[in-house]
Design a protein around this ligand. Structure first.
Ligand SMILES: [Zn+2]
Length: 438
């Protein structure tokens, strides 16, 4: 183990002998116990009458997946020294920001330089990553350690190569919990939010992308981890396309400033969803058929060779829908994908390379993925699985590329519920705001 692997990290002991005597090492007590109450410093959670071990020892049952910590364990850290060679931190991205993007990018950069907290509310397809570059460059050039985290693995995997290309001379690592390369000390860390549990006052700048996405908003441990992973005076940027009212409340309480970008970078409006009444579609699917209007849309897209995403509410619908597609449009090639699918990455890549023309998917592909010219159907958009944020994100898959800025989003519903209607209204409101702001 290298000494640098402890910089701004929490590492469970025992440490190798060579490291144990290093003067910079700090021991962090991890479990505090008062009678039946166990408080864990790593994940910040309190448990009651759980995690008991013999001889009055106790462990934390809440963060077991990172390896068990108990009153017998110590965590070690070395205070973040910002030990980087940062003469090559220039951004080499040579694309051009739209005037609206440039305005937000400038605000982000200023917030970073002044170590402030800032929320960027930019619609799906607004080009959020590129707007970050000037701010990231300012932080990296100052020799800061920078974390870019998101709750979704797919979003991490898409972000990492783009950041690598933009900042080729900066040391960087991708941490998603399933990587084969071991951890090493780098200036830029791209990670899933869960990985923050392993950091300790490390980051001078933390960017949380897709901050509204499950599980970040519901998981108290992750809030705690984010607060502890940053230095006390760190700059924090939160990015979202679909802030919930709950998130906006938190933002106001913590006095974040807000920058809003309602327009996509190519200037076209967000595609507005079209409602299609599909009655008892489940029965039809079991007979390997589709509601008439859905069938017509699918056949039209097949003819025009357009890629299609078909969203369903639950895994149990993947197979029946796939079978119906194969029956109705036998010359069309496609497959299905879900969160725990071991071939998920491979299938998404096949769609990108046009080896398959459609994917039947759960909400796992609601964000983070971009397929040029894609068309979208939701079968059962009125299912409670689809929240307002999910529906807006799914609709946002369409028309992202400047060469194909429009497209169709069909919300197939049995009933038009308040949630479905709210999603539709939010998209319309953003388009109106975009027109107003030019
Ligand atoms: Zn814990």
């Amino acid at each position: 183990m290298e000494k640098s692997e402890l910089y701004g990290r929490l590492v469970a002991g025992p440490l190798p002998a060579g490291l144990r005597n290093s003067p910079q090492i700090q021991q962090v007590p991890v479990i505090h116990r008062w009678g039946p109450v166990v408080w864990c410093l790593r994940c910040g959670q309190v448990t009651w009458r759980q995690g008991r071990l013999p001889h009055h020892h106790a462990y934390c049952p809440q963060c077991l997946q990172l390896g068990r910590v108990s009153t017998l364990t110590s965590l070690y850290t070395i205070p973040e020294p910002n030990d980087f060679h940062f003469d090559g931190s220039r951004c080499v991205w040579r694309g051009k920001l739209s005037p609206a993007q440039a305005r937000i990018a400038e605000k982000i950069k200023r917030a970073v330089q002044q170590r402030r907290r800032f929320l960027v509310w930019a619609v799906t397809g607004a080009g959020k990553t590129e707007m970050l570059f000037p701010g990231l460059e300012a932080g990296l050039a100052a020799g800061w350690r920078v974390g870019v985290v998101t709750p979704r693995i797919d979003v991490c995997r898409e972000l990492f190569p783009r950041l690598r290309t933009a900042f080729p001379a900066v040391t960087a690592i991708l941490l998603t919990g399933d990587e084969s390369t071991p951890y090493r000390y780098t200036q830029l860390v791209v990670a899933t939010t869960h990985q923050l549990l392993r950091f300790y006052r490390a980051f001078d700048l933390l960017v949380v992308d897709e901050v509204d996405a499950f599980p970040f908003i519901t998981d108290k441990r992750l809030h705690y981890a984010a607060a502890r992973a940053i230095k006390e005076d760190a700059a924090v940027l939160l990015l979202t396309a679909t802030p919930s009212s709950q998130l906006l409340k938190v933002i106001r309480r913590h006095r974040f400033q807000i920058g809003m970008l309602p327009a996509r970078y190519h200037g076209y409006p967000l595609p507005e969803p079209v409602f299609v009444r599909i009655g008892h579609w489940e029965r039809l699917i079991h007979r390997q058929m589709f509601p008439t209007k859905i069938q017509a849309a699918l056949a039209g897209w097949q003819e025009r060779c357009l890629p299609v995403l078909i969203f369903v509410s639950r895994i149990k619908w993947l197979k029946p829908v796939l079978r119906a597609l194969q029956r109705q449009l036998p010359t069309w090639r496609g497959t299905s994908v879900y969160a725990a699918d071991p071939r998920r990455q491979e299938k998404v890549a096949a769609m990108r390379k046009h080896r398959v023309q459609y994917l039947v998917t759960t909400t796992i592909l609601e964000r983070g993925v971009t397929f040029p010219d894609v068309q979208v159907i939701i079968l059962g958009a009125d299912d409670p699985v689809f929240t307002v944020a999910a529906l807006v994100q799914i609709a946002g898959r369409v028309g992202r590329s400047p060469t194909a800025p429009t497209g169709t989003v069909l919300f197939g519903c049995t009933r038009i519920t308040p949630v479905v209607r709210a999603a539709y209204r939010q998209i319309r409101a953003l388009n109106r705001a975009a027109r107003r702001m030019g």
